[in-house]
Design a protein around this ligand. Structure first.
Ligand code: PEP
Length: 257
């Protein structure tokens, strides 16, 4: 079995301007520098308008914190007003990009086909996609969370070759747990994350499946992260609200301390 370094990523959503972003990343860097903190990989996903400032800080101070975007255009360039391309994100040295976050699916009509095109755009430009999947409350109540989520995995990774799939990050985020304070139980998280790894093994073989990092996201906080991270198929957390508080996010990152 491949050892997987946990990825703790903060999705800032539409919060923190570029000045606040600098102060926030400085706080994270300071709090994670007192010992050589390498137990986890740490990433922030700020709004597009913050990325240049974050890049300058991370590059200038040689910080280990990674950063990425919350969305990517499926197109490379052209008449797509308001869109940001993978080439632009790559130029800013983004390591990651979230694809298909439930808020993109809900408010911007992003289908699995669109997510698939965005996953491919990210890989084309050397950026690791964090493919977000997960069921809504109605699906959960009907007990169809596994089938629903696996269909999103299949759709998002359609025609993605094994060598790329081995590096993708998948974030299982039950929609009913996002920003609601409702956290899935560790067993709920493991049920679906384990099923995702099983599907990856069917699609690409066990060796590839064992390399993929699968995050849980949905009201993760310092108080609940350790139990979730103890699950065998959970390799990190995608953190929304709690990532806006630098001290809380550091406590989440240091869940093992
Ligand atoms: C998210 O936005 O991906 C998320 C998980 O949000 P929250 O932690 O606030 O539920």
């Amino acid at each position: 079995m491949t050892a997987r370094t946990p990825l703790m990523a903060g999705n800032w959503k539409m919060n923190l301007n570029h000045l606040e972003a600098i102060a926030h990343v400085q706080k994270l860097a300071f709090a994670l520098a007192d010992k050589d903190y390498e137990a986890c990989e740490v990433a922030v996903l700020p709004p597009f308008t913050d990325l240049r400032s974050v890049q300058t800080l991370v590059d200038g101070d040689k910080l280990k914190i990674k950063y990425g975007a919350q969305d990517i255009s499926a197109h490379d360039s052209g008449a797509y007003t308001g869109e940001i391309s993978g080439a632009m994100l790559a130029k800013l040295k983004c390591s990651y990009v979230a694809v298909g976050h439930s808020e993109r699916r809900q408010y911007h009509g992003e289908t699995d086909e669109i997510c698939n095109a965005k996953v491919k755009a990210a890989f084309k430009h050397g950026i690791t996609p964090i493919l977000c999947v997960g069921e809504g409350l109605d699906v959960r109540k009907a007990g169809n969370q596994v089938a629903h989520t696996l269909a999103q995995v299949d759709g998002g990774l359609k025609d993605v070759p094994a060598e790329q799939a081995a590096t993708v990050v998948i974030a299982y985020e039950p929609v009913w747990a996002i920003g609601t304070g409702e956290v899935a139980t560790p067993e709920d998280a493991q049920e679906v994350c384990g099923a995702i790894r099983g599907r990856l093994a069917e699609l690409y073989g066990q060796e590839v499946a064992d390399k993929v990092r699968i995050q849980y996201g949905g009201s993760v906080k310092a108080g609940n992260v350790a139990a979730i991270m103890a699950q065998p198929d959970v390799d990190g957390a995608l953190v929304g609200g709690a990532a806006l508080d630098a001290e809380e996010f550091v406590r989440i990152v240091r869940f093992r301390d």
